[in-house]
Design a protein around this ligand. Structure first.
Ligand SMILES: C[S@@+](CC[C@H](N)C(=O)[O-])C[C@H]1O[C@@H](n2cnc3c(N)ncnc32)[C@H](O)[C@@H]1O
Length: 299
C-alpha cells in the first residue's frame, strides 16, 4: 500500500481507511460493527486523540510523520488482519480504557452490561468479596471493583503474561489495595479459605470446530483464551465442580459460555441455570446460586 499523496486531513485518512476496510472486507468482531467506526478508532487512536473527539478534528492536517504512521497501521489492519485494539495496545470495556496485548483477549464480554447495572437483578447483596476467574486483561474484575467501591476483588488467570497486563491495569486504576492477583489453574492456586459473594468468569469456551472456522483476526488472540476442549466446556466443568465450595451461603456464580450454551443444554437439560438477557447484545451467560450449583447434575 503506497502513501496516498493527496490525503491531507484526519478526515481524509478516516474516509480512506474506511473505504479500504470495506474493499478488503476486514472482519469486524472486536469493538466496532461498521467500517467507519473501525477507521475512526484506528486513526484517532494512532494520533492519540479521543475516539469521541469533536468532528471539527476531521479538518486538521496530519504531518508527514503521522501519514507514515497511519498508512503503516491501516496496512497492518488489512494485510495482517490485526485487530485495532492490538495495533493501539488499548481496548474499551464498560466505558473504560484497558491496556491489552496479544497475551490477553480483547475485552468484549456482555458481562460489561451486567457490571454497568450493578449485576442487578441477579446479585441480591453488596458483595464483600468478589472473584474474577480467567481475568485476562483484568477488565471484568477491575470494572466490577470500580462498580463496588467497598468490595475486595481477587482476579486470577493461568497465564503469567496475561496477569502482567492485568497488573498494569490494576495500577492504572489505583486499585492495588483492593484487587489481588493470583496465577491459578481455575481454583487450584486460590487459597481455599477465600470465600466469595460473587464469582464471575468469562473463561475460554470455544469448541474445536468453531475455533478452526474463526476469522483471521481471532488468530492473533491467545488460543489459551479461546479454546476449552473438544466441546468448549472443559473450564466450565471445572468451575461448576468447585464453585459451590468457594461461594458464601448466598453467593452467586456468573459464567459466560457463549455459543457453547447449546452444548451445555444438551448435556444438562433442565439444569436450572438462568440465562441472562442483554439489551446491548450477547448471549450464553448463566447465573447460578450456591444452592443451584449443589443441586445440579454436574456434581
Ligand atoms: C475468554 S478469555 C477472557 C479474558 C477476560 N475475562 C475478558 O473478558 O476479556 C479467558 C482467559 O482465561 C484464561 N485461562 C485459560 N485457561 C485457564 C485456566 N485453566 N485457569 C485459569 N485461567 C485460564 C486465559 O489465559 C484467558 O486470559
Amino acid at each position: 500500500m503506497k502513501t496516498i499523496s493527496n490525503l491531507s486531513t484526519i478526515g481524509d485518512f478516516i474516509r480512506w481507511a474506511s473505504t479500504e476496510f470495506a474493499k478488503h472486507k476486514v472482519f469486524l468482531g472486536h469493538g466496532s460493527d461498521n467500517y467507519w467506526d473501525e477507521a475512526v478508532f484506528l486513526v484517532l487512536g494512532l494520533l492519540k486523540q479521543p475516539w469521541n473527539s469533536d468532528k471539527a478534528i476531521f479538518h486538521c492536517h496530519v504531518t508527514d510523520e503521522e501519514k507514515e504512521l497511519l498508512v503503516t497501521h491501516i496496512d497492518l489492519r488489512i494485510r495482517k488482519q490485526i485487530p485495532v485494539a492490538y495495533l493501539l495496545g488499548e481496548a474499551w470495556f464498560c466505558g473504560l480504557p484497558f491496556k491489552v496485548n496479544t497475551h490477553t483477549l480483547i475485552p468484549r464480554s456482555p458481562i460489561g452490561e451486567l457490571i454497568e447495572r450493578g449485576y442487578e437483578p441477579w446479585l441480591a447483596m453488596e458483595p464483600d468479596r468478589i472473584l474474577d476467574l480467567c481475568t485476562g486483561s483484568g477488565c471484568i474484575g477491575i470494572a466490577t471493583a470500580l462498580a463496588f467501591p467497598f468490595s475486595e476483588v481477587d482476579i486470577s488467570d493461568i497465564s503469567a503474561d496475561a496477569l502482567a497486563v492485568a497488573r498494569d491495569n490494576v495500577a492504572t486504576y489505583e486499585l492495588e489495595d483492593r484487587v489481588t492477583l493470583f496465577q491459578s489453574d481455575v481454583f487450584d492456586g486460590i487459597p481455599a479459605e477465600r470465600q466469595y459473594d460473587l464469582i464471575v468468569s468469562n473463561p475460554p469456551y470455544v469448541d474445536a470446530n468453531d475455533f478452526d472456522s474463526m476469522p483471521a483476526e481471532y488468530q492473533h488472540e491467545p488460543k489459551l483464551g479461546l479454546v476449552s476442549g473438544p466441546d468448549g466446556l472443559d473450564i466450565c466443568r471445572k468451575i461448576l465442580k468447585e464453585a459451590a465450595s468457594r461461594l458464601t451461603e448466598n453467593g452467586l456464580l456468573i459464567v459466560e459460555i457463549g455459543n457453547s450454551a447449546e452444548t451445555f443444554e444438551q448435556l444438562w437439560p433442565g439444569s436450572g441455570v438462568s440465562w441472562i438477557e442483554f439489551e446491548q447484545g450477547g448471549h450464553g451467560v448463566f447465573a447460578l446460586t450456591k444452592q443451584d450449583i449443589m443441586a445440579g447434575p454436574w456434581q
